[in-house]
Ligand binder design. Structure first.
Ligand SMILES: [Zn+2]
Ligand SMILES: [Zn+2]
Length: 285
């Protein structure tokens, strides 16, 4: 039997266009080709809506929201150029990864309008405008802001629902990222109030025909499981929602990392190995 083709629909962050990544985008594309990928989605982070929403490393480097917008425009031009230069070796899907801070809906819709990517990855990295995945300190600040871990999870899944409902992202990024700095996540995710939110979000994903990111970044960091912890994978399989690997690479050495292993896991669980075709979905207002 033919083995399923290697793919990642979330990743390819490069030092050229992202302050917390490494290497040039072309080197990353070449790394995918070398590893035998025939298709890959490149999904750089969107620029911030204003100076207040910059990542700490962007502030440190003295980059303004305007500089970052211009850098993003250069990213879109470069990834489009690489798509055409390497088209006989690899099919590149040009994407971007969204945010959920104040004013994001208008901002993301503007970016889609201005740059018409092939598809978008819908991610939540902020709760109450705190970037909870940036560091343990910021995560704890978000917990204090919400009142408890449980409240933070609820807020996260509510924001995720709103984002999915308004942006219809073809790929829903690292669905359970909110567990990043919580050692008790396995139990917490099973709490009835949280399960209710999870099921609500998954039902919406199913209804809209979206795809879920099997996000391998934790494996690159030496953690034991990807985003989509096993209890979630089971629910997703039951609902028959497509799941596609995403290496969430931030450098050429991470490009394509752990994808073969991820495919093995998905195949064992009985997921469909015919990867869907990324596209922009029509938006509701
Ligand atoms: Zn990143
Ligand atoms: Zn992300």
């Amino acid at each position: 039997m033919k083995s399923p083709s290697l793919i990642s629909l979330h990743g390819g962050h490069s030092g050229q266009f992202c302050c917390h990544a490494r290497d040039r985008l072309e080197e990353i594309v070449c790394a995918y080709i070398k590893k035998g990928f025939k298709r890959v989605g490149i999904t750089e982070h969107i620029p911030p809506a204003n100076d207040l929403l910059r990542y700490p490393d962007e502030i440190e480097q003295g980059l303004t929201a305007r500089d970052l917008y211009q850098r993003f425009a250069r990213y879109m031009a470069e990834v489009t150029r690489l798509k055409s230069v390497y088209q006989s070796d690899i099919r590149i899907h040009v994407g971007m990864e969204t945010e959920t801070y104040a004013g994001y809906l208008f901002h993301v819709k503007q970016l889609i309008h201005n740059f018409t990517p092939d598809y978008i990855v819908g991610s939540v990295h902020h709760v109450n405008d705190i970037c909870f995945d940036y560091s343990r300190q910021e995560y704890d600040r978000a917990v204090r802001h919400c009142g408890s871990h449980e409240q933070l999870y609820l807020r996260y899944f509510d924001l995720q629902f709103e984002m999915i409902n308004h942006l219809h992202p073809f790929v829903v990024g690292h669905f359970d990222l909110i567990r990043i700095h919580d050692p008790a996540y396995e139990q917490r995710l099973l709490a009835p109030v949280i399960q209710e939110r999870i099921l609500r979000n998954l039902s919406l994903i199913k209804k809209l025909g979206l795809v879920m990111d099997f996000n391998l970044r934790p494996l690159a960091r030496g953690e034991k499981e990807p985003y989509l912890t096993p209890s979630l994978l089971k629910m997703i399989k039951k609902l028959d929602i497509p799941v596609v690997p995403g290496d969430d690479s931030h450098g050429r050495d991470q490009a394509g990392g752990h994808v073969a292993h991820a495919i093995q896991i998905l195949e064992t669980l009985g997921f469909d190995m015919c990867w869907p075709e990324p596209r922009l979905l029509p938006l509701s207002d």
